[in-house]
Design a protein around this ligand. Structure first.
Ligand code: CMP
Length: 425
């Protein structure tokens, strides 16, 4: 969870403090929401109608003050425009102006704390991207409930408290009027009696129409976005299908292409990690690359003992590639431009006749290094037995890694020598 004060150089918070915020922020939101509902009611119905109001307001004052100190006590650096807005709203919400000046309506100023609440909500939107659709629905329902309550309180203020009803029955009538005006556009059994009531009712009806439009537009967006990964994958599959039909791709080949996409979906939910990782800034890119390639790093015995610097250098340069059953990664005599590490799957190293298997390679093995090391063409063909997830390392990156990390160079040379002896090359 992020707790930002929107300044440029606020120091990082310790873990314990972040855990504390997990409870603190929802508590502040709860208190701010209670105040947002109670203050207009207290102003319209009178403080005495809400016996708990004094306690709620005192608690809010204390908590908002502590929250202000937590937000700005550790703040360093320049404050942005948003930072100033949040600072002002946090400060105004924490100061009991109504008690200082003895004017009760000034309690209304506490509602500016909702600016901070809205800011937190918008931050969660970036953090919980996966659950953003649900979150959007929850936000909408919460804000709508608060707004309907305000409209009902406004209607009550406009009409005044009838002598025949107790305050809560009067509020209930107002709420009933408000909801029926919003949802049925004016088909309610409470009719306005003067100009200001008519104007208020018109405004509420217009808001109701807008609300309908918003709900319908959002529900359809939410439904389409429920599984964005699948929707993107299906759209891509449709595009590929249309292409295969248009270019009259033979049915055998079509089947292999479809199977390849099915494999991609099963293994990686259709995501191509390359462009996502490449779009990150350098520091993050290295960290993410290391994380993504942890499986291959754990499988290659040499990498397990390798130093951090080699892992960082190599992980950044390794690019994922998939080979489908029967594919040749390269054939004997091809020029050598890259070497490969096997993340999953099995491959055959084949002699010149294309049938005799010289070796079977699997998870954690590497191949294609001989042509790079000895600056010659491929000494054998390599064919995928089934689906294979490989990582490709370009010749230039391989040579840089060899020059920079002698222990890696030594290991590759030993392997090459052993393979050469086995093949008697
Ligand atoms: P290269 O010559 O570039 O292309 C073929 C690759 O197959 C070769 O590099 C080695 O990585 C690999 N290879 C060749 N012979 C063997 C073997 N006997 N055992 C394992 N791998 C081999």
């Amino acid at each position: 969870m992020v707790y930002e004060t929107a300044t440029e150089a606020t120091p990082a918070r310790p873990v314990l403090f972040s855990r504390f915020l997990l409870i603190w922020i929802p508590l502040i939101i709860l208190v701010a929401a209670t105040e947002a509902a109670a203050i207009p009611l207290a102003l319209v119905l009178g403080k005495d109608s809400l016996p708990a109001f004094g306690a709620i307001d005192a608690a809010a004052m204390g908590l908002f003050l502590v929250d202000f100190l937590l937000n700005y006590g550790r703040e360093r650096g320049r404050r942005t425009r948003l930072g100033w807005l949040l600072f002002a709203s946090d400060l105004v919400a924490a100061v009991p102006f109504h008690l200082i000046f003895g004017v009760f309506p000034l309690v209304f100023l506490r509602l500016v704390k909702l600016i901070r609440v809205a800011h937190w909500m918008s931050q969660w939107r970036h953090i919980h991207i996966q659950r953003w659709n649900i979150l959007r629905l929850v936000y909408f329902v919460c804000w709508l409930a608060l707004f309907v309550h305000w409209l009902a309180t406004g209607w009550l203020a406009l009409r005044g408290l009838p002598h025949s009803e107790d305050p809560w029955t009067a509020y209930l009538h107002s709420l009933y009027w408000c909801i029926s005006t919003l949802t049925t556009i004016g088909y309610t059994d409470f009719t306005p009696v003067n100009k200001s009531e008519y104007l208020y009712a018109i405004a509420v009806m217009i808001f109701g129409v807008g609300m309908y439009g918003y709900v319908i537009a959002n529900v359809s967006t939410i439904l389409t976005n429920l599984e964005p990964g699948r929707a993107r994958y299906m759209a891509n599959l449709e595009r590929v299908g249309a292409f295969m039909q248009y270019r009259r791709i033979p049915s055998g080949l079509r089947k292999r292409i479809r199977e390849y996409y099915a494999y991609l979906w099963e293994e990686r939910l259709g995501y191509d990690e390359g462009p996502i990782v490449d779009a990150l800034p350098p520091g993050l890119r290295t960290e993410v690359s290391l994380h993504l390639k942890r499986d291959i790093i754990q499988k290659v015995p040499f990498f397990q003992k390798a130093g951090e610097s080699l892992l960082r250098d190599i992980a950044l340069q390794m690019h994922p590639v998939v080979y489908t059953p029967g594919d040749y990664v390269f054939r004997k005599g091809d020029p050598g431009k890259e070497m490969y590490f096997i993340s999953s799957g099995r491959l055959q190293v084949l002699a010149e006749d294309g049938k005799t298997s010289l070796a079977t390679l699997g998870e954690g093995d590497f191949f294609g290094e001989m042509a790079l090391l000895l600056d010659q063409s491929r000494t054998a063909s390599v064919r995928a037995d089934g689906y294979c997830d490989l990582y490709r390392l370009e010749k230039s990156d391989f040579l840089v890694a060899m020059a920079k990390h002698p222990e890696f160079a030594e290991h590759v040379r030993t392997m090459t020598e052993a393979r050469r002896k086995r093949k008697r090359l």
